[in-house]
Structure formats: C-alpha cells, structure tokens
Design a protein around this ligand. Structure first.
Ligand SMILES: [Zn+2]
Length: 192
C-alpha cells in the first residue's frame, strides 16, 4: 500500500521537476525567478537551452547601449527600449551590432554561445533578461529585472514574423529573442 502511494506521488511530481518548461518553440531550461545556474541566488532572466550558433534577435525597437562582459555572463548585449526597459542577451558567441546602433524588432544581434567567466562547466544557452531602465546597466539581480512573461506580444511568447505590422503594438511588447521559422533560417550563417 505504502509503495503504491510512493509510486503515485513520484509519477505526479517527477515530470514537473525533470522536464524543462517549454515556452514557444524553444526549451526553457531555467525560468525567471527560479534557482540560478551561476552566481545569482535567484535567476534574473530566462535560459533558453539551445546549441551555440542560434540567431539571436532584438525583441523590440531600441538602441544598443552595451556590448561586453558586465559581470560574469560572458559576451553580453544590452538594448535600451525607450523609457520603458532594457533587454539583455548573454553568453553570446558573436555580436553583429555596435554600441550606439539603433536596432529594429527582429533584427539580427549575433549568435548564441556559452561564453562565461564563472569558471563553471560550459553550458550552451541564451540567457535573456528584461531589466528596469534605471541608471547603470546591471541586470544581474532579480530586483533589477522583470519576468519576461509579462511582456510577450499578445500574452504568449511569439516569434518575430517579418510580414506582421508591429506598429499597432507598444514598444514594451516583446517578441522572442530567438529567430525561428523561415526568418531564423535566413539569419543562420551561410544562408543566402
Ligand atoms: Zn540565465
């Protein structure tokens, strides 16, 4: 009897512990606000578990305000979206934009990677954060960040679609930071 109860409990709880959360077309390895993989105590962004070399795109129109290593998240890009917020793309392998450059929603920013300076085993993923637009660039503690789930266009994570007219959406509504579908294929290195 006891054994049966344990088996039932395990079958109820294990899938939610073991299976990464799925969000849009990409696997969320670590959601916002949960246990952090590196130095942070609470995770200040979303980790998309993707192999190195995936095209990363701007989630809304904005201005690139930083490229480099802000703390220990390796090669990072920060884009400021008007007075609303900033977006952060970390652990990149390559960057295709320059500091001060204006970018459009869906524009290619660079390729994902596994760069970090924690001295931890490599973990290929995109760390994506939405941060308060205050002075400074820090996005690495949860009190400076927002849950990106509050900002998705139409309430659900959605890919950028080149044929969609985004002028009806406010600047603080975001699309996914990863390019998918035909747009994603066109942005991959070597695509013509
Ligand atoms: Zn992360």
């Amino acid at each position: 009897m006891k054994k049966a109860v344990v088996v039932i409990l395990l079958s109820v709880f294990l899938p939610s512990c073991v299976t990464p959360q799925s969000q849009g077309p990409f696997i969320v390895g670590k959601p916002w606000g949960g246990p952090a993989p590196y130095g942070e105590r609470v995770h200040p962004g979303i980790d998309y578990d993707i192999p190195t070399g995936a095209p990363v795109v701007a989630v809304s129109n904005g201005k690139v305000v930083h490229i480099g290593d802000l703390g220990a998240d390796g090669l990072e890009i920060v884009v400021m979206h008007g007075p609303h917020f900033k977006s952060l793309y970390a652990h990149m392998s390559t960057v295709a934009v320059a500091t001060g450059q204006m970018v459009k929603r869906g524009q290619f920013l660079g390729l994902s990677g596994e760069s970090n300076s924690y001295g931890k085993p490599k973990y290929a993923h995109l760390h994506f954060g939405i941060c308060k637009n205050g002075p400074g660039l820090d996005c690495h503690n949860v009190s400076a960040s927002f849950d990106p789930n509050l900002f998705w266009l139409g309430g659900q994570p959605r890919c950028f679609e080149p044929r969609t007219d985004y002028s009806i959406y406010p600047q603080n509504a975001i699309t996914l930071p990863l390019a998918c579908g035909e747009h994603g294929k066109a942005l991959r290195p070597g695509a013509s």
